[in-house]
Ligand binder design. Sequence first.
Ligand code: ASP
Length: 358
Amino acid sequence: MRLLFAALALLMVSPVASTAQPAPERPIALALHGGAGTILRQNLTPEREAAVRAALEQALDAGYAVLLRGGTALDAVEATIRVLEESPHFNAGVGAVLTDAGTAELDAAVMDGRTRAAGAVSGITTVRSPIQLARRVMERSPHVMLVGAGAEEFAGQQGLERVTNDFFILPERREQLRRMQENRRTGFNALGVPDPSFVSPERFDAALAASPDLSGGMEHKFGTVGAVALDRDGNLAAGTSTGGMMGKKFGRVGDAPIIGAGTYADNATCAVSATGHGEYFIRAVVAHDIASIIRYTGLSLTQAASAVVHGSLVEMGGGGGVIAVDPQGRVTMPFNTPGMYRAAIDGAGNRTVAIFRD
Ligand code: ASP
C-alpha cells in the first residue's frame, strides 16, 4: 500500500505526469445583435417576441456550433449573420428597410482580428448574402471596400447567389416607408421627430401641435444584425450586415460597412459590431474608439464600451448599442435605447438571449 502511494506521489510530480494533464480548454465566445431602438414590451406581441427570440437562438446556435467544432471566429461570425440575414425579423437581407426610392440597398462588413484584414460592401441590391460578399472582398480581392455596380459585378465573378431586389422587400416595410414619407410631408424627419428642415415653419408648428406622439406612430428601430466571436485559437472577428435606415436617401452609406465605425476587430483588444443611427456612429468612430480606449488606457472591455455608448454617443445624440468580445471571452452588450435584440455565450459558457433593458 505504502509503495502504491509512493508511486502515485512520484507520478504526480514527474514531468511525464504533468504533461499528461489535459491543457485547460481555451475559451470560445460568441455574441450577436439584431438591432437596437425603441423596442418596448407593450409594442411587441407575445407571438412576435417568441419568433424574434427563436431567431436569435437559432443564429446563436449556428455560430456557436462552428466554434465548438474548432472553427474560426470568422466562420462563426459569417454563419451567425447568414441566419439573421435570412430572417424577416431584422433589418438585413430579407426584411431590410427601404430607401426613399422604395428599394433595398444593403451594406455589410467583416473584419479578422488576427490579421486586421477587412472586407466591406455598400449599396448592394441583388446579392443574397451581403456578409458573404464582404468576406469575399476581404479574402479574394486586393481591396477593403466595394460599392454598387462594382461590388455586384465582383459578386457575379465570385459566383455568389443573386436575387431580385424584391426578394428582400416585405409588404410591412413598404407600409412603413409610406407612413414615413407621409410623416415627412407633414413635418417629421426620418426618425419620426418633428423637423423644420422638411417643411415650412407653419407646417412644422402645426405638426408639432397636432401630435403629442413624437414618433408619429412609428417604432424607431435599428434592426441591423451583427456578430462578434472568439475562437479556440484566440482569434477575434466581427461582422455587421444591414439595410441601413428606413427612408434613407438612395446612395447613403451607414456605419455598418465603415471599418472602425460599425465594425472592428483586433486580437490585441476586442471585436465590436454596432447598431444605431449610423451617422453618429461614423462621426464617433464607435467600434475603433472602444478598441483604442482599451489599448491606450487599459480599461476593461465593459468599461470602454460603456464609456462610448453611454458617454460620447449620448453627448452627440446618437442612439444605439454595440456587442463586443475580448480575447478572454468576456462579452459586453451595452445600448442607450430602450431595447436591443441580443444574444451571447461568453467564455465561461453563460448564455444570454434578451430584448429589453431588464
Ligand atoms: N447602423 C445602421 C445604419 O445606420 C442602422 C441600424 O443599426 O439598424 O445604417
